[in-house]
Design a binder for this molecule. Structure first.
Ligand code: ADP
Ligand code: MG
Length: 447
């Protein structure tokens, strides 16, 4: 390691608590390039965390070490597979049913990391390694089937593995609510309190269902406060940002955003391939690359649905005693797909192209007319051509709320009737989307 690295490590060690130094600076290296101090971090999560917590400390240390001000630049240098934290697989088989609410099948070992989820993964891993210490609460958010629940269980397993006595509890918000209702009905609220407020780690899945549930919100508020004050780890998942959960009390929104919000994005093709191959391997099947590739090419981003395709193909292959091949995939999938073919992403891509704006503008917050029109057109087309609901569309479009989407679609319906030129152009865009999708189905059937 170079001089700057050694000097900085020494200085940081002097001011950063040892545990945090190990966690955040051990995998980081520093170097000087021209007039820049380069900080190499394993992923963007480290960058965000260091910037949030140690930017000043770091800048000061650099000034001292180099005796001149240097510009700070972060650079991502992924850890080699060997250097990544490893957790032996057999450890996970220990969760006895009835005792633990954790699902044995969801672990860090079988979670595939890609650019779409590395932030959430790293966040969960850190939370599980130092429960209650690095940030609290951790909220994972993202669309359906992107791996939120998987990571939540994985964190629970790891905490249990490191400390078998830890009281780790997983609960969906639904079952938390039901349990609370039961407790109220049977006058068992005191033991309900007792149970939840004594956890070492509380994992709550799908908190978007807190919407409009006042009694549950009230209860969770107290659970949260007790656990938080005792530095117990809280991890939650949601399909939207806390502040976008309709009717979620302000005091909960604030608390949920105290710690870290980590998002999961739809998987890229490469990640989809790796996930599918991994899922097949879990069933003892080596999935040929072309088969995985064909499945991953589907615009579907919900991993649960992709897994469904895979299972179906595997079942047919067993049943008909046929090899797993691209050909078989086509036979099985074509009848399954049909209407599912147009995705919100495709709509936004084409609309942005046709109307000369960027997709980022469509999903962004700018309100000028040249952007809000293509945005509303996207809403209208997505609503027409996919099965997405208004809230889902809002979320995909950068977290707009449900009523914004309803308004947008309504407005476009009005314009379609009044303005023939507008209507013609829009129908044209729609036609292009349909053609794109038909071509894709065609490729599946013909090639
Ligand atoms: P969510 O809670 O976000 O709706 P889940 O965690 O239930 O999604 O994931 C849906 C399915 O997809 C699960 O079977 C999960 O194991 C799988 N899955 C999602 N992402 C990954 C990934 N990165 N690696 C492995 N499996 C994944
Ligand atoms: Mg889930």
């Amino acid at each position: 390691m170079n001089e700057l690295h050694n000097a900085l490590s020494r200085q940081l060690k002097a001011v950063v608590p040892n545990e945090e130094f190990q966690a955040w600076f051990q995998p980081v290296s520093f170097s000087v390039e021209n007039d820049e101090a380069v900080v190499s971090v394993p992923n963007r999560f480290y960058e965000a965390w260091i910037k949030d917590h140690y930017l000043e400390t770091l800048e000061k240390a650099i000034r001292t070490a180099e005796n001149r001000p240097l510009k700070l630049r972060f650079e991502i240098k992924p850890l080699s597979p060997e250097a990544r934290p490893k957790i032996p697989a057999e450890k996970y088989k220990t969760s006895e049913p009835g005792q633990s609410t954790l699902a044995a099948r969801y672990t860090f070992n079988n979670f595939v990391i890609g650019p779409c989820n590395e932030l959430a993964h790293a966040a969960c891993l850190s939370a599980a390694e130092r429960p209650g210490k690095v940030y609290n609460p951790l909220v994972l958010y993202g669309g359906a089937g992107l791996g939120k629940s998987h990571l939540l269980h994985a964190a629970g397993h790891l905490i249990k593995q490191r400390n078998p006595n830890a009281k780790v509890h997983y609960s969906s918000l639904e079952s938390y609510t039901n349990e609370l209702i039961d407790a109220i009905r049977t006058e068992g609220v005191a033991s309900f309190h007792n149970k939840y407020r004594n956890m070492d780690c509380l994992l709550i899945d799908d908190i978007q269902f807190l919407a409009k549930r006042e009694r549950t919100q009230e209860e969770l508020f107290h659970t949260f406060n007790t656990l938080f004050e005792a530095e117990r780890q809280i991890i939650m998942t949601s399909d939207k940002l806390p502040r976008e959960i309709h009717g979620l009390e302000k005091r909960l929104v604030t608390r949920f955003e105290w710690g870290l919000l980590a998002d999961l994005q739809p998987p890229e093709e490469e990640t989809k391939i790796a996930i599918l191959q991994n899922k097949a391997l879990e069933k003892g099947i080596e999935l040929p690359r072309d088969v995985a590739f064909l499945l991953a090419q589907q615009p579907e981003t919900n991993v649960r649905v992709l897994e469904g395709y895979l299972n179906r193909v595997i079942a047919v292959s067993r049943h008909k005693n046929r090899d797993l091949s691209a050909e078989l995939v086509k036979e099985v999938l074509v009848p399954l797909l049909g209407e599912r073919q147009i995705t919100a992403d495709e709509v936004m891509k084409l609309v942005s192209h046709e109307y000369g704006v960027r997709v980022a503008d469509i999903t962004g917050a700018k309100k000028s007319r040249d952007i809000s029109l293509p945005r509303q057109i996207s809403m209208y087309l997505i609503r027409r051509l996919t099965r997405l609901s208004y809230p889902e569309i809002g979320r995909l479009m950068g977290g707009k709320d449900h009523s914004t989407v309803v308004k947008g679609v309504k407005k476009m319906n009005g314009l379609m009737e009044e303005d023939h030129e507008f209507a013609r152009k829009l129908r044209n865009v729609e036609k292009k989307l349909m053609e794109q999708s038909r071509r894709r189905i065609g490729e599946l059937t013909e090639s």
